[in-house]
Ligand binder design. Sequence first.
Ligand code: ADP
Ligand code: VHF
Length: 373
Amino acid sequence: MEPLLQKALGARRLVVKVGSSLLVEPDGNVRTLWLDSLARDVAAARARGQQVVIVTSGAVGLGRKRLRLPQRPLRLEEKQAAAAAGQIVLARAWQESLARVKLEAAQILVTLEDTEARRRYLNARATMETLLKLGVVPVVNENDTVATSEIRFGDNDRLSARVAIMASAATLILLSDIDGLYTADPRKDPDARHLPVVETITPEIEAMAGGSGSLVGTGGMVSKLAAARMATAAGCAVVLARGQSERPLAALEAGARSTLFPARTSPRRARKDWIAASLGVMGTLEIDAGAVSALKRGSSLLPAGVRAVEGTFERGDAVLIRAPDGTPIGKGLSAYDAADARALIGRRTEEIETILGYRGRDEMIHRDDLVLL
Ligand SMILES: Nc1ncnc2c1ncn2[C@@H]1O[C@H](COP(=O)(O)OP(=O)(O)O)[C@@H](O)[C@H]1O
Ligand SMILES: N[C@@H](CCC(=O)OP(=O)(O)O)C(=O)O
């Protein structure tokens, strides 16, 4: 097997996206036996020490039948109604299949807004982290019922890329009804060639992608490429594979055909570049000499090393870090808002809970959220 693919499949944290066509039978029921087999794959990955996040489609497909909606394309309100009825079935199916392999499932419903508004993003990220630490499998879908047409994800391929970035996962596996990218839609062009690795998503590659081939799928190859572009730029490799048969992840491990989009950087590097380049500074933390050397050694910034706080900022906003002589030495995302940060100036970690009345982060700025200038 291609070493890069082997590395991608062995990542510590995997996000697996499951398309509607895999989960929903043409008669509108859940493909339970198949889902059970995927749950066994998830259990096998967990047994190898990997963490797995699921992004699952299928709510609309499961709900439309139950609400007896017509086979024509649905209006937004009809889709939202179908999703509301289908999501409950979908969540239960995942819970039951995972329970059969002794895994606990937890449902996370997110909208595009949640992955863009800083505080909601941070909360979703922290919840995901906590669930994974507890050994639970997060099962994510778009919160279709509250999304509006302007803000909703075009489809779950893009959602899964956002989730993978949010979780700092090294690999995103898109399970679909096709075993990868071809030079043209193979349903239409019998001469289409399979591409095992795509290093760069060039305009030529984009021109190969067509829409969805199935009745229940929505994104087609176009949205898979959009997801791959987003994820690989943020340090997450993407594997596009066929999921139709049982144990699709085991099949991949055993060498089944797929398309790999290698990561273009590491998740850590991408996050740091993003902090350095794109975030406006909302305040300043002045730190003491001991903290300056600690940061230079690669440590997080603790409240004990902070001498002064300026500005008005929220939790998750970028702040500038200054040395005692005023020189800017770094930039980072504050784990506290300005008021709480002021209350914690010079305090020890053990004092945080008593001072704030809640158990916050130990660090003022975590080292993963910090770049030195
Ligand atoms: N260049 C291409 N290579 C592979 N598949 C393509 C290509 N262009 C279009 N497709 C279509 O995209 C489909 C997969 O997308 P979709 O139906 O949205 O699946 P899912 O439900 O898994 O999201 C394939 O079945 C195929 O018909
Ligand atoms: N949130 C929607 C997912 C829509 C979607 O992207 O579907 P698909 O193209 O099959 O991944 C649902 O649960 O039906």
